[in-house]
Design a protein around this ligand. Sequence first.
Ligand code: FE2
Ligand code: FE2
Length: 307
Amino acid sequence: MIGRLSGNWHRRAAVKRQEPDLDDLFEPERPDCPESLLPFRDHPTYLALDDGTKARLRAWGWIAFNKNIQDIEQRVVNPGFALMATDTYRTGLGEAMALAVTQAMVDEQYHTLMHLNASAVTRRRRGWAMPDGALPLGHKARRHQERLRATSTPGLRELDLLAYTTVAEISINAYLDLVADDPEVQPINRVTADLHNRDEYCHSSIAAEVAKAAYGQLDAEHRKFFLAALADGMEAFAANDYTTWHRIVELTGVPGGRRMLQDVAESAQRRRLLQDFSGLHRLCGELEVLDELPFDWSTVSVGRPIT
Ligand SMILES: [Fe+2]
Ligand SMILES: [Fe+2]
Protein backbone atom coordinates (compact mmCIF):
# COMPACT_ATOMS: atom_id res chain seq x y z
CA MET A 1 0.00 0.00 0.00
CA ILE A 2 2.79 2.42 0.96
CA GLY A 3 4.65 1.56 -2.27
CA ARG A 4 1.52 2.19 -4.33
CA LEU A 5 0.90 5.57 -2.70
CA SER A 6 4.49 6.73 -3.16
CA GLY A 7 4.37 5.49 -6.80
CA ASN A 8 1.41 7.70 -7.74
CA TRP A 9 2.41 10.75 -5.65
CA HIS A 10 3.48 12.75 -8.73
CA ARG A 11 -0.06 12.39 -10.16
CA ARG A 12 -2.15 12.97 -7.04
CA ALA A 13 -0.27 15.44 -4.78
CA ALA A 14 -1.59 19.00 -4.43
CA VAL A 15 1.95 20.35 -4.85
CA LYS A 16 2.05 18.84 -8.37
CA ARG A 17 -1.19 20.48 -9.50
CA GLN A 18 -2.04 23.84 -10.98
CA GLU A 19 -2.71 26.34 -8.20
CA PRO A 20 -6.29 27.71 -8.12
CA ASP A 21 -6.61 31.51 -8.35
CA LEU A 22 -7.76 32.20 -4.82
CA ASP A 23 -8.58 35.86 -5.36
CA ASP A 24 -11.11 34.93 -8.06
CA LEU A 25 -13.00 32.76 -5.59
CA PHE A 26 -13.41 35.39 -2.87
CA GLU A 27 -17.02 36.37 -2.13
CA PRO A 28 -17.09 39.27 0.38
CA GLU A 29 -20.58 38.53 1.71
CA ARG A 30 -19.66 34.97 2.77
CA PRO A 31 -18.33 34.27 6.29
CA ASP A 32 -14.64 33.33 6.50
CA CYS A 33 -15.08 30.41 8.86
CA PRO A 34 -18.00 28.11 9.63
CA GLU A 35 -20.04 28.86 12.69
CA SER A 36 -19.27 25.34 13.96
CA LEU A 37 -15.70 26.51 14.70
CA LEU A 38 -16.91 29.09 17.21
CA PRO A 39 -17.29 27.47 20.66
CA PHE A 40 -19.42 30.47 21.75
CA ARG A 41 -21.82 30.42 18.79
CA ASP A 42 -24.91 29.94 21.01
CA HIS A 43 -23.85 32.33 23.79
CA PRO A 44 -26.08 35.44 24.25
CA THR A 45 -23.02 37.77 24.23
CA TYR A 46 -22.05 36.55 20.76
CA LEU A 47 -25.61 36.50 19.47
CA ALA A 48 -26.08 40.14 20.54
CA LEU A 49 -23.02 41.40 18.63
CA ASP A 50 -23.41 43.55 15.52
CA ASP A 51 -22.72 41.92 12.14
CA GLY A 52 -19.38 43.72 11.71
CA THR A 53 -17.95 42.32 14.96
CA LYS A 54 -19.28 38.85 14.15
CA ALA A 55 -17.60 39.04 10.74
CA ARG A 56 -14.29 40.02 12.34
CA LEU A 57 -14.49 37.10 14.78
CA ARG A 58 -15.16 34.74 11.90
CA ALA A 59 -12.26 36.16 9.91
CA TRP A 60 -10.00 35.68 12.94
CA GLY A 61 -11.40 32.17 13.31
CA TRP A 62 -10.13 31.37 9.82
CA ILE A 63 -6.72 32.95 10.45
CA ALA A 64 -6.42 30.89 13.64
CA PHE A 65 -7.54 27.70 11.84
CA ASN A 66 -4.78 28.23 9.27
CA LYS A 67 -2.19 29.04 11.89
CA ASN A 68 -3.12 26.01 13.96
CA ILE A 69 -2.58 23.78 10.91
CA GLN A 70 0.76 25.41 10.14
CA ASP A 71 1.90 25.03 13.76
CA ILE A 72 1.06 21.31 13.69
CA GLU A 73 2.69 20.70 10.32
CA GLN A 74 5.88 22.54 11.19
CA ARG A 75 6.28 21.52 14.82
CA VAL A 76 4.70 18.08 15.06
CA VAL A 77 4.10 16.30 11.77
CA ASN A 78 7.21 17.15 9.75
CA PRO A 79 9.56 16.45 12.67
CA GLY A 80 7.68 13.15 13.15
CA PHE A 81 7.95 12.22 9.46
CA ALA A 82 11.66 13.10 9.53
CA LEU A 83 12.20 10.52 12.29
CA MET A 84 10.23 7.93 10.33
CA ALA A 85 12.27 8.66 7.19
CA THR A 86 15.48 7.70 8.98
CA ASP A 87 13.79 4.60 10.43
CA THR A 88 14.08 5.72 14.03
CA TYR A 89 11.17 3.41 14.90
CA ARG A 90 12.73 0.32 13.24
CA THR A 91 9.52 -0.42 11.35
CA GLY A 92 11.19 -2.64 8.76
CA LEU A 93 9.09 -0.89 6.08
CA GLY A 94 12.24 0.02 4.15
CA GLU A 95 12.77 2.36 1.24
CA ALA A 96 9.08 2.54 0.22
CA MET A 97 8.26 4.07 3.61
CA ALA A 98 11.23 6.46 3.49
CA LEU A 99 10.05 7.69 0.06
CA ALA A 100 6.41 7.99 1.14
CA VAL A 101 7.11 9.99 4.30
CA THR A 102 9.63 12.25 2.52
CA GLN A 103 6.97 12.98 -0.10
CA ALA A 104 4.55 13.63 2.75
CA MET A 105 7.01 16.17 4.20
CA VAL A 106 6.99 17.99 0.84
CA ASP A 107 3.17 17.90 0.98
CA GLU A 108 3.15 19.37 4.49
CA GLN A 109 5.48 22.18 3.51
CA TYR A 110 3.14 22.94 0.61
CA HIS A 111 0.05 22.81 2.86
CA THR A 112 1.71 25.35 5.15
CA LEU A 113 2.16 27.59 2.10
CA MET A 114 -1.47 27.01 1.00
CA HIS A 115 -2.80 28.04 4.40
CA LEU A 116 -0.44 31.04 4.55
CA ASN A 117 -1.74 32.11 1.13
CA ALA A 118 -5.34 31.63 2.23
CA SER A 119 -4.82 33.86 5.28
CA ALA A 120 -3.04 36.45 3.11
CA VAL A 121 -6.02 36.65 0.72
CA THR A 122 -8.43 37.05 3.65
CA ARG A 123 -6.35 39.90 5.12
CA ARG A 124 -6.01 41.62 1.75
CA ARG A 125 -9.68 41.33 0.78
CA ARG A 126 -11.05 42.25 4.20
CA GLY A 127 -8.51 45.01 4.76
CA TRP A 128 -7.95 43.84 8.35
CA ALA A 129 -4.38 43.28 9.63
CA MET A 130 -4.99 40.15 11.75
CA PRO A 131 -1.30 39.15 12.01
CA ASP A 132 -0.39 35.54 12.88
CA GLY A 133 2.14 36.95 15.33
CA ALA A 134 -0.67 38.30 17.52
CA LEU A 135 -1.86 34.74 18.24
CA PRO A 136 -0.25 32.20 20.60
CA LEU A 137 1.11 28.87 19.40
CA GLY A 138 -1.89 26.66 18.51
CA HIS A 139 -3.21 24.48 21.34
CA LYS A 140 -2.14 21.11 19.86
CA ALA A 141 1.42 22.18 19.05
CA ARG A 142 1.64 23.90 22.45
CA ARG A 143 0.46 20.82 24.31
CA HIS A 144 3.01 18.75 22.42
CA GLN A 145 5.79 21.19 23.23
CA GLU A 146 4.90 21.00 26.93
CA ARG A 147 5.02 17.20 26.81
CA LEU A 148 8.42 17.18 25.12
CA ARG A 149 9.78 19.48 27.81
CA ALA A 150 8.45 17.19 30.53
CA THR A 151 9.69 13.96 28.93
CA SER A 152 12.93 12.70 30.33
CA THR A 153 14.75 10.79 27.58
CA PRO A 154 15.29 11.27 23.81
CA GLY A 155 13.78 7.81 23.19
CA LEU A 156 10.53 8.73 24.95
CA ARG A 157 10.43 12.10 23.17
CA GLU A 158 10.65 10.23 19.85
CA LEU A 159 7.73 8.05 20.92
CA ASP A 160 5.76 11.12 21.94
CA LEU A 161 6.36 12.59 18.50
CA LEU A 162 5.27 9.34 16.86
CA ALA A 163 2.04 9.36 18.88
CA TYR A 164 1.22 13.02 18.17
CA THR A 165 2.09 12.65 14.47
CA THR A 166 -0.18 9.59 14.27
CA VAL A 167 -3.08 11.46 15.86
CA ALA A 168 -2.49 14.54 13.67
CA GLU A 169 -2.35 12.57 10.45
CA ILE A 170 -5.36 10.39 11.18
CA SER A 171 -7.60 13.15 12.54
CA ILE A 172 -6.74 16.08 10.26
CA ASN A 173 -9.31 15.01 7.65
CA ALA A 174 -12.07 15.46 10.21
CA TYR A 175 -10.65 18.88 11.15
CA LEU A 176 -10.45 20.01 7.51
CA ASP A 177 -13.98 18.68 6.90
CA LEU A 178 -15.29 21.29 9.34
CA VAL A 179 -14.47 23.87 6.63
CA ALA A 180 -14.55 21.71 3.47
CA ASP A 181 -18.11 20.48 4.13
CA ASP A 182 -19.67 23.82 5.12
CA PRO A 183 -21.90 25.10 2.30
CA GLU A 184 -22.06 28.70 3.61
CA VAL A 185 -18.38 29.44 4.10
CA GLN A 186 -16.09 31.46 1.82
CA PRO A 187 -15.41 29.32 -1.31
CA ILE A 188 -11.64 29.86 -1.30
CA ASN A 189 -11.49 28.51 2.21
CA ARG A 190 -13.49 25.46 1.22
CA VAL A 191 -11.26 24.87 -1.81
CA THR A 192 -8.12 25.18 0.34
CA ALA A 193 -9.44 22.70 2.91
CA ASP A 194 -10.61 20.33 0.19
CA LEU A 195 -7.28 20.34 -1.65
CA HIS A 196 -5.42 19.75 1.58
CA ASN A 197 -7.85 16.98 2.52
CA ARG A 198 -7.03 14.92 -0.57
CA ASP A 199 -3.35 14.62 0.37
CA GLU A 200 -4.28 13.79 3.93
CA TYR A 201 -6.37 10.74 2.98
CA CYS A 202 -3.08 9.22 1.78
CA HIS A 203 -1.06 10.49 4.75
CA SER A 204 -3.60 8.94 7.07
CA SER A 205 -3.09 5.49 5.50
CA ILE A 206 0.70 5.88 5.59
CA ALA A 207 0.72 7.06 9.21
CA ALA A 208 -1.48 4.14 10.30
CA GLU A 209 0.85 1.60 8.65
CA VAL A 210 3.94 3.17 10.23
CA ALA A 211 2.28 3.32 13.65
CA LYS A 212 1.30 -0.35 13.50
CA ALA A 213 4.79 -1.44 12.40
CA ALA A 214 6.46 0.74 15.03
CA TYR A 215 4.11 -0.44 17.79
CA GLY A 216 4.98 -4.03 16.94
CA GLN A 217 8.62 -3.28 17.81
CA LEU A 218 7.94 -1.78 21.25
CA ASP A 219 8.29 -3.55 24.58
CA ALA A 220 5.42 -3.47 27.11
CA GLU A 221 6.62 -0.36 28.93
CA HIS A 222 7.08 1.63 25.74
CA ARG A 223 3.71 0.48 24.42
CA LYS A 224 2.10 1.85 27.55
CA PHE A 225 3.91 5.17 27.14
CA PHE A 226 2.93 5.35 23.45
CA LEU A 227 -0.75 4.69 24.19
CA ALA A 228 -0.84 7.33 26.93
CA ALA A 229 0.73 9.83 24.49
CA LEU A 230 -1.78 8.81 21.80
CA ALA A 231 -4.71 9.39 24.17
CA ASP A 232 -3.27 12.74 25.26
CA GLY A 233 -2.88 13.73 21.61
CA MET A 234 -6.51 12.75 20.96
CA GLU A 235 -7.69 15.00 23.78
CA ALA A 236 -5.56 17.86 22.42
CA PHE A 237 -6.77 17.43 18.83
CA ALA A 238 -10.42 17.24 19.84
CA ALA A 239 -10.34 20.36 22.00
CA ASN A 240 -11.32 23.96 21.37
CA ASP A 241 -8.33 26.32 21.61
CA TYR A 242 -9.53 28.68 24.35
CA THR A 243 -6.15 30.41 24.76
CA THR A 244 -6.33 31.51 21.14
CA TRP A 245 -10.00 32.53 21.44
CA HIS A 246 -9.24 34.63 24.52
CA ARG A 247 -6.62 36.50 22.50
CA ILE A 248 -8.97 36.97 19.53
CA VAL A 249 -11.81 38.25 21.69
CA GLU A 250 -9.39 40.68 23.32
CA LEU A 251 -8.04 41.85 19.93
CA THR A 252 -11.55 42.29 18.56
CA GLY A 253 -12.69 44.17 21.65
CA VAL A 254 -15.81 42.09 22.35
CA PRO A 255 -17.54 43.53 25.46
CA GLY A 256 -17.93 40.70 27.97
CA GLY A 257 -15.80 38.44 25.76
CA ARG A 258 -13.70 37.00 28.59
CA ARG A 259 -16.82 36.12 30.59
CA MET A 260 -18.42 34.57 27.51
CA LEU A 261 -15.44 32.25 26.98
CA GLN A 262 -15.35 31.32 30.66
CA ASP A 263 -19.05 30.44 30.54
CA VAL A 264 -18.62 28.32 27.45
CA ALA A 265 -15.54 26.51 28.78
CA GLU A 266 -17.29 25.74 32.08
CA SER A 267 -20.65 24.67 30.75
CA ALA A 268 -19.33 22.58 27.90
CA GLN A 269 -16.30 20.84 29.30
CA ARG A 270 -17.02 17.70 27.37
CA ARG A 271 -18.10 19.45 24.21
CA ARG A 272 -15.36 18.83 21.71
CA LEU A 273 -14.56 20.71 18.52
CA LEU A 274 -13.64 17.51 16.73
CA GLN A 275 -16.12 14.67 17.00
CA ASP A 276 -15.20 12.18 14.31
CA PHE A 277 -12.61 9.74 15.62
CA SER A 278 -13.45 6.85 13.30
CA GLY A 279 -9.93 6.67 11.81
CA LEU A 280 -8.20 6.51 15.19
CA HIS A 281 -10.80 4.06 16.46
CA ARG A 282 -10.04 1.80 13.49
CA LEU A 283 -6.29 2.04 14.14
CA CYS A 284 -6.71 1.22 17.83
CA GLY A 285 -8.95 -1.71 16.86
CA GLU A 286 -6.22 -3.04 14.58
CA LEU A 287 -3.66 -2.60 17.37
CA GLU A 288 -6.11 -4.38 19.70
CA VAL A 289 -5.81 -1.62 22.30
CA LEU A 290 -9.36 -0.18 22.29
CA ASP A 291 -9.91 -1.04 25.96
CA GLU A 292 -6.37 -0.36 27.07
CA LEU A 293 -6.17 3.15 25.62
CA PRO A 294 -6.84 5.71 28.39
CA PHE A 295 -9.49 7.52 26.34
CA ASP A 296 -13.28 7.67 26.69
CA TRP A 297 -14.56 6.57 23.27
CA SER A 298 -18.15 7.33 24.29
CA THR A 299 -17.38 11.07 24.02
CA VAL A 300 -16.66 10.93 20.26
CA SER A 301 -18.15 9.42 17.15
CA VAL A 302 -16.32 6.31 15.94
CA GLY A 303 -18.15 5.43 12.73
CA ARG A 304 -19.18 1.90 11.94
CA PRO A 305 -18.49 -0.75 14.60
CA ILE A 306 -15.54 -3.02 13.91
CA THR A 307 -16.68 -6.51 12.97
FE1 FE2 B 1 -1.02 18.71 5.82
FE1 FE2 C 1 -0.39 15.19 6.49
